[in-house]
Design a protein around this ligand. Sequence first.
Ligand SMILES: Nc1nc2c(ncn2[C@@H]2O[C@H](COP(=O)(O)OP(=O)(O)OP(=O)(O)O)[C@@H](O)[C@H]2O)c(=O)[nH]1
Ligand SMILES: [K+]
Ligand SMILES: [Mg+2]
Length: 397
Amino acid sequence: MGILEKISEIEKEIARTQKNKATEYHLGLLKAKLAKYRAQLLEPSKSASSKGEGFDVMKSGDARVALIGFPSVGKSTFLSLMTSTASEAASYEFTTLTCIPGVIEYKGANIQLLDLPGIIEGAAQGKGRGRQVIAVARTADVVIMMLDATKGEVQRSLLEKELESVGIRLNKHKPNIYFKPKKGGGISFNSTVTLTQCSEKLVQLILHEYKIFNAEVLFREDCSPDEFIDVIVGNRVYMPCLYVYNKIDQISMEEVDRLARKPNSVVISCGMKLNLDYLLEMLWEYLALTCIYTKKRGQRPDFTDAIILRKGASVEHVCHRIHRSLASQFKYALVWVSLWAGDGRGACPASPLHRAGAGHSCCSAWCPSSRGVPAGPHCLSHFGIQGWPDHWGHPPE
Ligand SMILES: Nc1nc2c(ncn2[C@@H]2O[C@H](COP(=O)(O)OP(=O)(O)OP(=O)(O)O)[C@@H](O)[C@H]2O)c(=O)[nH]1
Ligand SMILES: [K+]
Ligand SMILES: [Mg+2]
């Protein structure tokens, strides 16, 4: 039996096994087996590596964002709109066949945006260019999962499943489990919290499946067996993901409202340039970047020249960015925190959007001020608005 068949056998068995106390160990074991086969599947075969051609785009700028989605959801249209790079867009599927990089300039940062071929169900197993696309996704700082607002929710769960199956964990944090394989001494198991999903016995069974008989395990969080397996397997990528529903010009305002309220989601129309500036703000937040400006005594900082670092960066990081030898001779720093730069939301004078005075006249977030009140056209910010769907009524002033 091939690996694909083994995987599908196990998946079927998991599906038909009722989840209860009596089957807990059996299910745990099945999941461990499944993770093992999937890992085998992803081991680069010699023939597959040669197919990576054209996808080896150099990382550049302050951060990298990958566009993942089914064919014809508007990924290339989006790249052409947000960057100075043109990527061919057309109404037929698989217009884009390779990875096309562009640069978004925002708040003084250069964000590399990667347009990629559409992926389909089975991508992780090598259908279409799925494997290469997913390999690129793993190198990104944030994934934008672009979805067609006119199509059903199933596209979202299918894509999530594809990414899950290759070890990409979306909007999840690394499980707080300490795990250290040892040379001897058996398995020592401890937890600092009450566990409701895993037990010592289950942990042992799973470890044995991986032929690990000596290890130290400490649960600091009430994790599931899947999360524990992730820790053993190791090479998981924990990545922020923004779900972007495009083509909202084609759906009703009620539907737009429903989609916009989903977690980690933004609604846009590339065709009519709706809500793109809000998307940029969200992207900035998900990238967790921060602008740092240096200033001379008695002078204002130069807001057009930022040092871009990840949030949480220290003064030492800043020193290293300025010059390699600075940190070792460093004495002290005066640090100001500016409110508009601090939360990444306010009007940043360095933002090309704000400087150009584009849009942003109405509330940019999805109606944070009108909880419970149905959303309307006033909730959408514009990015040089290019039309307005008639079926939404009057556009905002
Ligand atoms: N109505 C509407 N059409 C859009 C919008 N954005 C893109 N399109 C159209 O959708 C079609 C597909 O756009 P592409 O940008 O080629 O989509 P893609 O995701 O790059 O497609 P592949 O490269 O084939 O995977 C084109 O005909 C676009 O004009 C939008 O906001 N509204
Ligand atoms: K297309
Ligand atoms: Mg495309």
